[in-house]
Design a protein around this ligand. Structure first.
Ligand code: SF4
Ligand code: MG
Length: 320
């Protein structure tokens, strides 16, 4: 029966997992799409951590980046638009032994899925959420998304997006029980790998916004950032992102931001999208926040008989 621990225990022979063990179908994103880099980073982390593929699950909603589970040779769930987070939380609530990676886009997460976004952050289950933010609805061919910059010409706003864009870092830091917020760019593989690795190791919901190139529709948005590392501000701290010195050297702008400082984290998020350099690294981290799967999984090791007995005892409380 589903939900009993003895039913999911496999005993495969021990062996070393290579990258191929995590590589699913051939990715069908446009040439130059930033999604490729994120996929590779996740597969490398799975390999580095030697996660058994049957203990990994990739969950997504709808959008270009939501094809992610098809390209992982692990368990996967390609869900409904805006709904990856309830699926991911459901999985984690009954299968705490699985490593859950969520792929969601700016339309998927910040628009139709925004209600789920708030509550998933509050649940703070031990999952990693990757927001692929290309500032546009790509799969449905170029509509304004919540993060589209003002003035961006799209099919829904041919004269330019009208409203100021939603700032995902600012939003997520305002959600109750938020425990990990980071930002990365897809075009710097060592940085992306280090940020996702920090997110993976955080216990609780790790939210990572990834600025993601979409050469088909929003090439102009990130183009100026790609060739000038001075446009980025590297946040480094022993409790956040620890970068190899050889890699850190290429960033002229650095900050020793302490990610436990919420006030500073909010100031960094508020400035993001303004005139200054774009922050990359761990913006906020609090490992002491309550984690909901520690509650939902109480009693998971009980046998069927123990569960029935416990249920009987609970029902007896209502006997008159
Ligand atoms: Fe990537 Fe944009 Fe092509 Fe979608 S439309 S696959 S986001 S480049
Ligand atoms: Mg998008």
């Amino acid at each position: 029966m589903f939900g009993l621990e003895e039913d999911w225990e496999l005993d495969p022979p021990a062996r070393y997992f290579t990258l191929e063990d995590y590589e699913g179908g051939v990715a069908r994103w446009c040439p130059g799409c930033g999604d490729f880099g994120v996929l590779t980073a996740v597969q490398k982390i799975c390999r580095d951590e030697q996660l058994p593929p049957e203990k990994v699950v990739a969950v997504s909603g709808i959008g270009c980046s939501s094809r992610f589970p098809h390209y992982m040779k692990t368990y996967g769930f390609h869900g409904l638009h805006g709904r990856p987070l309830p699926v991911a939380c459901g999985i984690k609530s009954r299968r705490p032994d699985l490593q859950v990676w969520v792929a969601t886009g700016d339309g998927d997460c910040c628009s139709i899925g925004a209600g789920h976004w708030i509550h998933a952050i509050r649940y703070n289950m031990d999952i990693t959420v990757m927001l692929f933010d290309n500032n546009v609805y790509g799969l449905t061919k170029n509509q304004t998304s919540p993060t589209s910059p003002q003035g961006l010409k799209t099919n829904t706003h041919p004269r330019g997006a009208w409203l100021p864009p939603l700032n995902p870092l600012q939003a997520v830091l305002g959600f109750t029980n938020c425990s990990f917020v980071a930002q990365a760019v897809d075009w710097n593989p060592p940085l992306l790998h280090a940020v996702l690795e920090a997110a993976y190791h955080h216990k609780g919901t790790s939210f990572v916004r990834i600025l993601q190139r979409c050469p088909t529709y929003t090439d102009q948005v990130f183009h100026h950032l790609q060739h000038d590392p001075a446009q980025l501000l590297l946040l480094q701290h022993e409790d956040g992102l620890v970068m190899d010195e050889k890699i850190a050297r290429i960033f002229p702008n650095k900050s020793g931001h302490d990610p436990s400082n919420m006030k500073e984290a909010r100031a960094i998020a508020d400035a993001d999208g303004g005139e200054g350099a774009i922050p990359v690294g761990v913006v906020y981290r609090d490992p002491t926040r309550p984690i909901y799967d520690e509650f939902t999984t109480v009693g998971m090791g009980m046998t069927a008989d123990q569960k029935i007995e416990a249920l009987g005892q609970e029902l007896d409380r209502f006997a008159i």
